[in-house]
Design a protein around this ligand. Structure first.
Ligand code: NAG
Ligand code: NAG
Ligand code: NAG
Ligand code: NAG
Ligand code: NAG
Ligand code: NAG
Ligand code: NAG
Ligand code: NAG
Ligand code: NAG
Ligand code: NAG
Ligand code: NAG
Ligand code: NAG
Length: 614
């Protein structure tokens, strides 16, 4: 009845039920925003009847039906993504005036070809055609639309193979700030956007060849995601310092070789540097220590040959250092006091050639409560506000990591701030398990297996009350398993096999839930699960039911899911998780290394255009 209403914004209101058709009696309506609700049912066909309507945002509902886009001749802002809508992009009346869109959001609209009317759209600021069925080459004419105006282009999650033949090296849109091309089948050389670009992701494609040195011109770039492609050659030397604003540089799982770029300036904003799964060689550039903002450095699965990078110990924010499967070597030893990695909480040195004493306690001195907060857990991420489409919006990048546990690689798509991991397995570390380990209150995974550690299992490990996985196997540990370890109630994985342990397996708590593979290879050890029973009658009177349940591995799985469940719940209210991302990350055990994950806040004060993640 509010017949003079011109603007109706009911976004994020928890509305459900059918689309209210009587809205179309409001003849003066110019702005209609029902985004991010749960409206269902068919979309009314009279959407085009309101001649003044210029702004329609129905993003993220469950509407279905068909929208004849070209009937909306006065609409400049159309966001229909995240529904189950079909769009008709052909005009029945040949001479109809075409709408002049500024914002056009048509993700998940089952579009199979680039709509022809786009040829005439020269004022687009924002174009989202992600999650459709586009395949083959991007038509040539697409490279000639809105070349002056376009700031946001999302073609991700389609089956596109290229930008035409021969493929242009530099893309034409001179004001483009965000370009999302991930999860396509793009081949050929890496397309380079214009220097206006702030955010560029093209991971999960098939681009080949070397990175063009033209990338050095992208001096405003903040996020660059090139992972899971087939890029090769040496990294351009500019890659370390071509943009002071660069926060995330992720090139993992390509075929790059040669050494890392040498220059990093102390004005660098680099927070995440992931080069894992390549064939990079040689020493680490000492100038990496200039990147004072660095929080996550992932070097794993390369051919680096260097000593332990103590000089990174001055980085005030480094939380995550993963170096596994390389040729790092030597004794870590004691270093100067100021090199103590004040924020480090995830350290993976496994599968290298380190030897000598267990990593120095300096690595973990200073701040034993790393990341532990008494309030709600937060996640390791970087966050940047990009001024795209006239509205500043936060772009988030969640740190991710793959950790090997019981021989299985687990991909963590998000990491809680207080999540501690120490993995030094498969080196030649010797000596005792040092006491300072008991200080790392947030430690969830400790793996020291396959070294030559001696001495007994220290009882202070029981102080690590959050420990979920403890692997001490394949060392030369002796003595008894301390009774105190039965206090570790979160322990879901435990392995002390192939040592020289003696005495009985403690018969209380979690330690009774592990099967023979956790204990075998210790000739002096006795217990119910072992061939060698203990003399103590109490030891063999375990209720068998408990044991069977957990022997199936159920307890293990359950605990892992429990540990991970926190990642999805509560806290991150208002974050859009794209369907593809969710369905993938639900399969927790998939080995997806270092997928770049950029999440855009769904809840926004400023009403900019809509889109989904990455
Ligand atoms: C809305 O208008 C109709 C007539 O146009 C009237 O019958 C009805 O009472 C009005 N409703 C309200 C809530 O004012
Ligand atoms: C919408 O307009 C069409 C003709 O343009 C008309 O037939 C139809 O009744 C209108 N619908 C509404 C709900 O006003
Ligand atoms: C677009 O606006 C013009 C002028 O305001 C009006 O004459 C025309 O009917 C509108 N078109 C549609 C499809 O509503
Ligand atoms: C299209 O418009 C032109 C002039 O603007 C007119 O001559 C022509 O007849 C129109 N064609 C159709 C199919 O309406
Ligand atoms: C693409 O099209 C095929 C059939 O044409 C369909 O089965 C598939 O679901 C479509 N995919 C998407 C993402 O719409
Ligand atoms: C590109 O678009 C402009 C303006 O619409 C037009 O003048 C020009 O001919 C087009 N160029 C190509 C190669 O299509
Ligand atoms: C890259 O930058 C150089 C100099 O900074 C300039 O000469 C060149 O035209 C730029 N290339 C592109 C494609 O922008
Ligand atoms: C690496 O990328 C290839 C595609 O190039 C993909 O098939 C493979 O699963 C990726 N490996 C990992 C560990 O992500
Ligand atoms: C960066 O280096 C320059 C010269 O090398 C020095 O003057 C400046 O203080 C340094 N800035 C920081 C933040 O360390
Ligand atoms: C992102 O940063 C902005 C300010 O820079 C802050 O208001 C917002 O809470 C941050 N969001 C998250 C999820 O960290
Ligand atoms: C373990 O905890 C006990 C009691 O809280 C404390 O006395 C002891 O110092 C701790 N040991 C280590 C190594 O942190
Ligand atoms: C195992 O430990 C015992 C002492 O408990 C020692 O005598 C023996 O040499 C050790 N065996 C090995 C292989 O280290």
């Amino acid at each position: 009845n509010l017949s003079f209403l011109t603007s109706l914004r009911l976004n994020d209101c928890g509305l459900f039920g059918k689309f209210p058709a009587r809205i179309f009696e409001l003849q003066d309506l110019e702005t209609l925003d029902f985004s991010s609700n749960q409206l269902t049912g068919p979309i009314p066909s009279c959407l085009g009847n309101l001649s003044r309507l210029a702004y329609i945002d129905l993003f993220e509902n469950s509407l279905h039906g068909t929208v004849e886009i070209l009937k909306l001749e006065n609409v400049t802002h159309l966001q229909l993504g995240g529904n189950k809508l079909e769009v008709l992009t052909e005009s029945r009346t040949m001479n109809a005036t075409l709408p002049k869109f500024r914002v056009l959001g048509l993700s998940s609209c089952n579009i199979k070809e680039f709509p022809q009317f786009l040829r005439h759209e020269q004022n687009l600021l924002w174009l989202d055609l992600s999650r459709n069925n586009l395949s083959g080459q991007v038509p040539k004419w697409m490279l000639n639309i809105s070349t002056e105006t376009l700031e946001y282009l999302d073609l991700s999650v389609n089956s596109l193979t290229g930008f035409g033949q021969p493929s242009p090296v530099v893309l034409p849109w001179v004001n483009l700030q965000v370009l999302r091309l991930y999860l396509n089948m793009l081949q050929g050389p890496l397309p380079i956007p214009q220097p206006s670009i702030l955010y560029y992701t093209i991971f999960d494609n098939k681009v080949t060849g070397e990175i063009s040195p033209l990338i050095c011109n992208l001096s405003a770039l903040q996020f660059l995601g090139l992972s899971n492609n087939k890029l090769s050659g040496m990294l351009p030397q500019c890659l370390g310092d071509f943009s002071d604003d660069l926060r995330v540089l992720s090139i993992q799982n390509n075929s790059f070789h040669g050494v890392l770029p040498q220059a990093y300036t102390n004005t660098s904003n680099l927070r995440v540097f992931d080069v894992s799964l390549n064939q990079l060689q040689g020493q680490l550039p000492r100038k990496l220590a200039n990147c004072l903002m660095l929080e996550s450095l992932i070097l794993s699965k390369n051919e680096f040959h260097d000593v332990f990078p103590f000089w990174l110990g001055t980085l005030p924010k480094l939380k995550l250092l993963s170096m596994h499967h390389n040729g790092f070597y030597g004794v870590i030893g004691k270093q100067k006091r100021n090199l103590h990695f004040p924020e480090l909480r995830i350290l993976d040195l496994s599968h290298n050639n380190f030897r000598g004493e267990f990593p120095s306690e300096y690595i973990f001195s200073g701040n034993p409560m790393r990341g532990i907060t008494l309030g709600q857990p937060t996640y390791m991420r970087t966050n940047s506000s990009l001024p795209v489409g006239g509205a500043s919006q936060p772009y988030l990048y969640d740190f991710s990591i793959t950790v090997t546990n019981k021989g299985v690689d687990r991909y963590y798509s998000k990491i809680q701030e207080d999540f501690g991991v120490v993995d030094i397995s498969s080196n030649k570390f010797e000596g005792k398990i040092p006491e300072f380990i008991g200080n790392l209150k947030g430690l969830r995974l400790l793996n020291v297996s396959n070294n030559i550690l001696t001495g007994s299992i220290p009882s202070f490990l029981a102080n690590l009350t959050l420990l979920e996985s403890l692997d001490l196997s394949q060392n030369k540990l002796s003595g008894e398993i301390p009774q105190q370890l039965t206090q570790l109630t979160f322990l879901a994985s435990f392995n002390v096999s192939h040592n020289n342990l003696t005495g009985p397996i403690p018969y209380r708590g979690q330690l009774t839930t592990f099967d023979v593979t956790s204990y075998e290879g210790n000739p002096g050890l006795c217990g119910d699960v072992l061939p060698k029973k203990c003399g103590d009658p109490n030891a063999s009177q375990l209720p068998p039911s408990t044991k069977e349940e957990n022997d199936s591995g159920f307890g293990f799985e359950l605990n892992w899911k429990f540990a991970l469940a926190g990642f999805g719940s509560g806290l991150v209210v208002g974050v859009v998780l794209a369907d593809v991302a969710i369905s993938r990350s639900r399969e927790w055990f998939l080995e997806i290394v270092g997928r770049i994950r950029l999440i855009i806040m769904k809840r926004r004060k400023s009403r900019g255009p809509r889109h989904s993640i990455y």
